[in-house]
Design a protein around this ligand. Structure first.
Ligand SMILES: Nc1ncnc2c1ncn2[C@@H]1O[C@H](COP(=O)(O)OP(=O)(O)OP(=O)(O)O)[C@@H](O)[C@H]1O
Ligand SMILES: [Mg+2]
Length: 500
């Protein structure tokens, strides 16, 4: 048995109206991967913020190597060898990759930042995590998956004894997850204690050794990582969860979204499809296939060179988000922090955001009605909050995602584009979001769902469009299709095109 390097006892933390931690115990051994499991809002991120000095507990204590420690700042924790990757990224978008990797401690020469040495260090770290970007690239232009890998590289730079990762795989693709797991295993074998948070239950047995389950701010169980999925779910949720993919058979109506010949040179070409009332159409493909680019162009968030987008019979002017919203189109973007929310504003205000914008244009806002619509959406989505005015930035990650979806409920969008909608959402809440998709389509709305989660695409779509290299390369009926069928289409095109 290896020794316990970090121990937390009876941690408590309250925020106005919320008890985030209500007596949490945790023991970390050297050379283990310790998984933290719990529903959205259970207290996982708060716990790791306390362990990393970013947040101060009201009660309880933390011991390192058996001695009590006081973590007043994140710097205190880092000096003790505790390195943390937070759920919401901490990168500075305006700085380059190398500058971000050196943040706080750039190599200096005669008092000046030694750029050459800094870039060289960055190159080594990037290689270790397998990310192919130039150190001088500004972080702002990178996709969300690459940003995550850079966060990981940043944590590696610190030579940690305890490495804490809050949902590192939420935005990674299968290949990147494999890469991350290889790094985590190596660190574990070198004796690092790793704390790992994930909502992907299948990852637990693969990477974890032990699991601590949090429920309502309490540590309710500690079990081995090979505990069965059902048992883990029962421990974290405390009630039975419905069927995982409850898609009901659709009644297809008129086409609500028609896209034809959509092209942006260098990004995607000749993309044509339709989504009918009552339908859920999935969009699958490898990362980089162009799915997010296409849906952003459809919504008007980005331009396109050729093609047409028609929503409920109205042809949309290109690059005009307002026209898209007026026609009843909504987009839940993959990057909620960058594009979905106003973090300092309250829940109700965020939920009313789209509607407000429209109404202000029309010169009239019925605030009372908007607030009651927001309350209804929050209830329908089961948003866990102290109240409608809680600042969105203080909601748990999964609950922020629910607010992004909720905006479009309040705005009464009839055609909803969901880009990776259940990222960071716990098992129980996922089912609730799928039920919501069922309700919306039963009412005659149309849903286009981009997702890298193949079981989700197969389980919740009626038809699946497959993209590769900026083109639509195939369409499948979801019933009877397998993950292999989808992957075969997504990959074949990529391999085939090398011969061109
Ligand atoms: N700064 C804050 N102010 C007010 N409430 C907060 C603050 N930080 C966290 N909370 C609340 O504490 C509770 C626990 O949140 P936490 O972020 O720890 O959940 P989590 O388990 O990480 O959930 P998720 O899986 O959604 O990321 C939530 O109810 C959240 O709204
Ligand atoms: Mg969290």
């Amino acid at each position: 048995m290896s020794e316990e390097i970090l121990k937390a006892e009876g941690l408590r933390k309250t925020f106005p109206g919320v008890v985030a931690l209500d007596g949490v115990d945790l023991g970390l051994r050297t050379g283990e991967v310790h998984v933290l499991l719990g529903e959205n809002g259970a207290g996982k991120s708060t716990l790791i913020k306390v362990l990393s000095g970013a947040c101060h507990p009201d009660a309880g204590r933390i011991l390192m190597d058996g001695r009590p420690v006081h973590l007043r700042t994140a710097g205190d924790a880092q000096r003790l060898g505790i390195s943390t990757i937070y759920q919401e990224f901490n990168l500075v978008p305006q700085l380059t990759v190398a500058e971000n990797l050196a943040l706080g401690r750039p190599p200096r020469r005669f008092g000046f930042v030694a750029t050459g040495r800094m870039e060289q260090q960055a190159r080594g770290l990037l290689e270790r995590v397998g990310v192919d970007v130039h150190p001088r690239t500004p972080v702002a232009g990178l996709g969300i998956a690459r940003m995550q890998m850079i966060e990981i590289a940043k944590a590696l730079a610190l030579d940690a004894r305890v490495l804490i990762m809050d949902e590192p795989t939420a935005v990674l693709t299968t290949g990147e997850v494999a890469r991350l797991f290889a790094i985590v295993r190596q660190l574990r074998d070198e004796g690092v204690a790793v704390v790992f948070i994930t909502h992907h239950l299948e990852e637990i047995a693969e990477i974890g050794d032990r699991v601590t389950v949090l429920r309502d701010g309490r540590s309710v169980a500690r079990v081995p990582a090979d505990t069965s999925r059902d048992e883990l779910v029962a421990l974290m949720v405390g009630r039975p969860v419905g069927r995982q993919y409850p898609r009901r058979l659709p009644r297809r109506g008129k086409p609500l979204l028609e896209v034809s010949g959509l092209t942006r040179r260098g990004a995607f070409g000749d993309v044509s499809f339709e989504v009918r009332a009552g339908e859920v159409v999935g969009m699958a493909g490898l990362v980089g296939a162009g799915r997010t680019e296409v849906v952003r162009a459809v919504f008007g968030a980005d331009r396109y060179d050729e093609g047409e987008v028609t929503v409920r019979g109205t042809r949309l002017p290109p690059g005009d988000v307002h026209a898209a919203m007026e026609a009843g189109l909504g987009l839940v973007p993959e990057d909620r922090k960058g594009q979905g929310l106003v973090p300092q504003a309250g829940v109700a205000e965020n939920l009313g955001l789209v509607t407000m914008r429209d109404a202000t244009r029309a010169g009239f806002v019925d605030r009372a009605r908007l607030r009651s619509a927001a309350a209804k959406a929050a209830e329908r989505l089961g948003i866990r909050m102290a109240g409608l005015d809680q600042e969105v930035r203080t909601l748990s990650g999964g609950n922020q995602q629910k607010v992004v979806i909720g905006k479009w409920l309040v705005a009464d969008a009839r055609v909803l584009i969901l880009d990776e909608p259940t990222r960071g959402i716990d098992v129980g809440a996922k089912v609730e979001i799928y039920e919501l998709v069922n309700e919306l389509t039963a009412e005659g709305d149309a849903v286009l769902m981009v997702s890298s989660d193949l079981p989700e695409v197969l389980g919740m779509s009626d038809r699946i469009l497959v993209m590769a290299r900026g083109r639509l390369v195939g369409e499948l009926r979801a019933a009877g299709a397998t993950q292999d069928d989808v992957m075969a289409l997504a990959v074949a095109e990529v391999e085939g095109s090398h011969a061109e």
